[in-house]
Ligand binder design. Structure first.
Ligand code: DC
Length: 223
């Protein structure tokens, strides 16, 4: 049973806002565990794609999420025993992840798995609903944003670095559509949690953003 007294920092925000990189660095700095909750939705999407499960078969989609055989090893993410770290970053997988993430039974199926990441000495969790739904009592909550242009540029670089082809115009359109879908769904929509600190990183370096989160964390702890 995950201990509710283990510290948690939540970092939520839209796609390609840089929250993953910032969250990982904050976790590294504090020696905390790291939960990339988006990866769980992406893994579910990849599994659904490979098994050709239709998008209207909610029951089968929730089952795929519930029986996700995945594990994390550093930066490597495995589905069954296959390293799919790169495959889950494809735009098609991200778009499908955003679609199935709107289904409440899929979200419910991934709930316990996300809680289980709360291990000693602490956790940094990034996603859309970490501060609102999964860890609402987290000691520090951050909502990290960046302009669509800055995010499209970051995603472009990420994809090219991973050997995927990419086009800025398509990416901006994809990001805008994905933001709308993630923000307007009725189940756990993307929004800042109550009490979250807002961090716009459009004009910030990763190190500046990390320093800001660490500063807030230090200030949030009792003296
Ligand atoms: O952060 P990401 O782009 O890897 O996430 C992929 C999709 O998963 C995203 O478009 C919405 C969904 N997601 C979610 O609904 N809730 C989360 N906590 C994390 C991701």
């Amino acid at each position: 049973m995950p201990n509710p007294h283990i510290p948690v920092i939540t970092i939520d925000g839209p796609t390609a806002s840089g929250k993953g990189t910032v969250a990982q660095k904050v976790a590294q700095h504090l020696g905390f565990h790291y939960l990339d909750s988006g990866a769980l939705y992406r893994l579910t999407a990849l599994s659904v794609m490979r098994r050709d499960i239709p998008l209207d078969d909610e029951h089968a989609l929730a089952k795929a999420a519930e029986h996700l055989h995945c594990h994390f090893n550093g930066a490597h993410i495995f589905l069954a025993n296959e390293d799919v770290s790169n495959d889950i970053r494809a735009e098609a997988v991200g778009n499908l992840a955003s679609k199935i993430a709107a289904i409440p039974t899929v979200r419910q199926a991934l709930f316990g798995l996300q809680l289980s990441f709360r291990q000693h000495p602490g956790l940094v969790a990034d996603g859309r609903d970490m501060g609102t739904v999964i860890f609402p009592h987290a000691g520090l909550k951050v909502f990290l944003t960046a302009s669509v242009e800055a995010r499209a540029q970051r995603r472009y670089k990420q994809l090219i670095d991973k050997g995927f082809s990419a086009n800025m115009e398509d990416l901006s359109k994809d990001l805008t559509e994905r933001d709308a879908r993630d923000s307007n769904r009725s189940s756990a929509p993307l929004k800042a949690a109550e009490g979250a600190y807002l961090l716009d990183t459009s004009a910030m370096t990763v190190d500046q953003a990390v320093a800001q989160v660490l500063g807030w964390y230090a200030a949030s702890k009792p003296a």
